[in-house]
Ligand binder design. Structure first.
Ligand code: LLP
Length: 419
């Protein structure tokens, strides 16, 4: 469910007509609906309320915009961060340091130290080496780091290979068979308080059974670690719940996910932590674009739009599907290849797709672009960095400026010895 809908034949975000935003801000442009964001945040949170103790850490990487984080902070979300930059954003949005979880295989010495100083709530350690390094910094700073050990459960998440993270051959976490020994060592290392286990097997999961298999394995590991005399009070189940990108696709709902977790974790006596990203932000945004021209093609015409792979990388990177819809549809359809202006063939959004008929100058949107959209944008081909707008009922605001090439040029230098 989202709040992008047709009113008198024109696509609106809540009460705002998209053509008005295109006139005011230009295209390409991400448009977020606050009501949709709030709704998804609440549906997920309320579904998990069936569990005794829950902590929610929004996966900032899916949409790090400050206004988005601010809305989620007000809904009781903390943050799952994977870099010093994401941590600064979460803090800037007013999220309590205690509610921040720091994940990632490559946290640097400087990032670990800064996070300790900021007093973040939990480090998800991805290796014994990282734990020992963190312990050393903590002792030096006179602090204790609350930690979970991220375990690689060696389960196939059944999603795209590039966003699978829970197979033994993926770089994430410690091997399942070594986890109990590493936990025991870190639990007796000064500077650390080992409080739990963490896992995340992949993103855009369309089925619950790989998650259930992984959670069950983590439960067995938890029992073994407890039996060896160590405390396990927190389990971080990661993110990964998928969303439909194509009209008609059916995905597990948050309440199905919550019921599965409740069943698997019955009697575990833990605080259950979650790191949802896409399920919260995916439907919250669209990428609005304007048709630059329609060019004759082989099989189908090329619809060249002013958005490109630098603005929305998912189709180029993962062959991902994003529904394409005209802002003012005529009711006619056409077969088209939708491409951006970038000078490589990977700049393709869709091939041979039946879409709303569009012509030069028309506005259209790529749907379900609120997660892993603007956050992955770049300035390839010296294009501007795409701006973002948030709509809230009849109000709207630019929540990220379009960064023009002139601004980027101003940060580049020609050394004297070339002048
Ligand atoms: N926790 C950890 C440790 C993660 O690595 C991720 C995502 C999440 C939580 C959130 O996962 P979600 O609930 O959003 O599925 N750029 C890719 C997705 C990469 C996901 C990376 N990790 C895409 O556009 O599909």
């Amino acid at each position: 469910m989202d709040h992008f809908h047709q009113v008198n034949g024109v696509l609106h975000a809540e009460d705002i007509a998209l053509p008005m935003l295109a006139d005011a801000v230009g295209t390409p442009l991400y448009v977020y609906s606050r009501a949709t964001l709030t709704r998804h945040a609440r549906v997920f949170r309320d579904a998990l309320a069936v569990l005794p103790r829950v902590k929610l850490a929004f996966a900032v990487k899916s949409n790090p915009n400050l206004a988005v984080l601010k809305v989620l902070a007000a809904e009781g979300y903390g943050a799952d961060v994977v870099s010093g930059g994401e941590m600064e954003r979460a803090l800037a949005a007013g999220m309590a340091a205690e509610g921040i979880v720091f994940s990632g295989v490559g946290k640097t010495h400087a990032e670990l130290a800064r996070a300790l100083e900021a007093g973040i709530g939990q480090f998800n350690l991805e290796s014994e080496e990282e734990g020992l390094e963190l312990a050393e910094i903590a002792v030096r700073l006179g602090k204790t780091a609350a930690c979970a050990l991220r375990v690689n459960p060696d389960v196939d998440a059944g999603t795209h290979g590039k966003i699978s993270t829970g197979k033994a051959e993926n770089k994430f976490g410690v091997p399942y068979d070594r986890a109990a020994a590493i936990y025991a060592r870190l639990a007796t290392t000064p500077g650390l308080t080992m409080r739990g286990l963490a896992l995340h097997i992949g993103s855009q999961l369309s089925r619950l059974d790989p998650l259930e298999a992984a959670f069950t394995k983590i439960g067995q590991l938890m029992q073994a670690i407890r039996a060896a005399g160590h405390a396990v009070t927190h389990i971080d189940f990661g993110g990964g719940v998928g969303v439909p990108y194509k009209a008609g696709e059916v995905f597990p709902q948050p309440k199905d996910y919550a019921a599965m977790v409740a069943r698997v974790t019955q009697g575990w006596d833990i605080t259950a932590m979650f790191e949802p990203g896409r399920v919260i932000t995916g439907n919250t945004g669209v990428l609005m674009t304007r048709v630059v021209r329609v060019k004759e093609g082989v099989g189908a015409p090329w619809v060249v739009v002013d958005a490109a792979m630098n603005d929305l990388a998912r189709p180029a990177l993962y062959d991902a599907w994003h529904d394409f819809a005209a802002v003012s549809p005529t009711g006619e359809t056409m077969e088209a290849n939708i491409v951006g202006p970038i000078c490589e063939s990977s700049d393709t959004f869709a091939m041979g797709r039946t879409i709303d008929a569009v012509k030069r100058g028309d506005l259209a949107v790529f749907r379900t672009a609120g997660a892993y959209g603007a956050t992955m944008a770049n300035t390839y081909n010296s294009r501007p960095l795409v701006p973002e707008v948030m709509v809230d009922g009849t109000k709207w605001a630019v929540v990220a400026d379009r960064i023009e090439p002139a601004t980027i040029l101003a940060a580049e230098r020609v050394p004297e010895w070339l002048a």
